[in-house]
Design a protein. Structure first.
Length: 239
């Protein structure tokens, strides 16, 4: 049975994913407790956790807010993701066991299933598990800690601007997972890790994050400075 904090954590993440809040909105502790049927203590603890993970911002005594989003912040966040998760994939390739590879393949199968059924909330949960498991498999506590933080911050851009979560038209089911760039790239990452090719795993992961960035970069609200990325390499990372 899930405890109150687990329920609160999953529920608040679900509210953000469902776009119940807009960037800049405040999450009110008492309102969340009432809507979820929980006491304020687990809500308060989860909000603090989400601040520590980068998904929310604390503004002094004013409470917790969905961060304001901008092209500059997005560029910095995804650049950091590319560096950290690329390194995590490399280390995972060096440290992996057969059991590790089996876990990753199991998540791939689950991801394809959720994609084909267009279950976006569940798909997002599996995607989260995939990326955070890779960080864990790096066997480096510092990489794991900071990947988690920057991953959640980047997730705000994905939740609010990726067409998968904000489709322009109704989706015809079932969806074909072979048409999913993300599923395909995840398979390439797992394949590189399975054969122990750290350099390939790093490059494929960086390209995967660049693809994610490129897919949503043009959907950030106008009014911010332009020209923050180049066509081939927005992050100016060394290959």
């Amino acid at each position: 049975m899930k405890n109150a904090e687990s329920i609160a954590y999953e529920s608040i993440i679900g509210m953000i994913l469902s776009r119940n809040y807009a960037p800049g909105d405040r999450l009110v502790e008492t309102e969340l407790a009432e809507s979820l049927g929980l006491s304020r203590t687990p809500i308060r603890n989860v909000l603090r956790q989400l601040v520590a993970e980068g998904l929310l911002e604390a503004r002094g005594n004013k409470g917790c807010y969905i961060p304001q989003l901008s092209p500059e912040d997005m560029n910095s966040v995804f650049k950091t993701r590319a560096l950290l998760e690329g390194r995590a994939a490399m280390e995972a390739a060096f440290c992996r066991t057969d059991e590790d590879v089996d876990m990753l393949k199991s998540l791939l199968d689950e991801e394809k299933e959720k994609y084909s059924q267009d279950k976006r909330k569940e798909y997002a949960a599996v995607n989260n598990k995939f990326h955070l498991l890779l960080a864990q498999l790096s066997k480096n506590a510092y990489i794991e800690r900071y990947v988690k933080q920057v991953y959640w911050r980047a997730g705000l851009y994905t939740f609010y601007f990726d067409r998968f979560y904000v489709p322009p038209a109704p989706i015809k089911l079932p969806r074909d997972p072979s048409n999913s760039i993300s599923c395909t790239e995840h398979e390439q990452i797992v394949r590189a890790i399975a054969i122990g090719d750290g350099s390939l795993a790093e490059n494929v992961m960086r390209n995967h994050i660049y693809t994610s960035y490129s897919r949503i970069a043009g959907r950030i609200p106008a009014g911010q400075s332009a020209g923050i990325f180049t066509a081939r390499n927005p992050f100016n990372l060394m290959s």
